[in-house]
Design a protein around this ligand. Sequence first.
Ligand SMILES: *Cc1c(COP(=O)(O)O)cnc(C)c1O
Length: 393
Amino acid sequence: MSKKLDPVTQAIRIQSQKTQQQEHSTPLYLTSSFTFDEAEAMRAAFADETDDNIYSRFSNPNVDEFIAKMCALEGADAGFATSTGMSAIFSSMFALLSKGDHLICCSSVFGSTFTMVTKYLSRFGIESTLVPANDNAAWEAAVKPNSKMVYLETPTNPQLEVLDLEWIGQFSKKHGLILNVDNCFATPLLQRPIDFGADLVVHSATKWIDGQGRVLGGVIVGRADLIKDIYLFCRNTGPSMSPFNAWVLSKSLETLDVRMQRHCDNALKIAETLQGNPNISWVKYPFLKGHPQYDIAKKQMKLGGGVLCFEIKGGLEAGRKFLDALEMLSVTANLGDTRSIASHPASTTHSRLSDAERLSVGITPGLIRISVGLEKVEDTIADITQALEKSSL
Ligand SMILES: *Cc1c(COP(=O)(O)O)cnc(C)c1O
């Protein structure tokens, strides 16, 4: 076919080479290493003169297939897949930043990312400045002569703030900074940061990419020259993705488009229904009118994503009661599943912080985050509504 296939089609059709069995679905290459018939072929592979697989820490047909699909979806030149989202984020920073470099990082980032930046980067002499999501002047003020990378996620977790990718793309370019975006919440189906100037995109494939709560995984895609450095770093430090997880994730990508459409439709319906609920003080969803960055969300996202949040009246105690009153929704520390999930950060993930510390990272006492699944949306709405009635004071 002469016409280039749409990325959605590529996510279904890209396949690592078939074996002599002519299988329709890619087999699982559970092998730690690959053999060579001749010493010369092995020498050439080690010298990077060929693409032959050597060892599954470096590359593997299942992992390569997953990476190729992610590159097609994100519009990227190259990529590397890792064991978890955190190892992708870790590798994207530690492969490229050295002692004396400076990172500009949005203050609203995933909890472990926040800890990594604030606690561990400095141990290796890498400086960082945390900047509030939509304070453009603060981003400008954070730039230093040794600044090298900008890191952010949008929409953010759990407050669902939306950052203006067009502005950040221009800002990064103007100052010659590597723009590194965690695209986990949106997925490439809703938003492609590379189209706005991102140099790297990282994912927790554990979430919507798998979408069924079965495996952990991560991936970094982007500019070929940067990925080359990341590849060499990972090849020698070992955060590589397992072939089994890659096999599962490659299969998951075949349904990402239809899954995300349904997740987003359901999430918008739930957000709209909750809008008038007397037991909450507000509900937030990127595509719900009244979201503080509604216009930016509409500009850069195709749909609003699968996560919404609201503030239950009655604060901390009401939040705990809400979790207990749910009959169908899962109470678990994950998101991006076929099954809807509720979480209450103030009494769980952020329970060790003081009220003031929690507020400084956007966690209000009655904040409930819902990761919307694929159940019939009427069932999900009914469960949330009955639990709200039972728990709000
Ligand atoms: C879950 C998550 C991560 C970390 O991914 P793991 O696969 O759990 O390591 C990073 N960023 C965001 C936005 C996430 O939701």
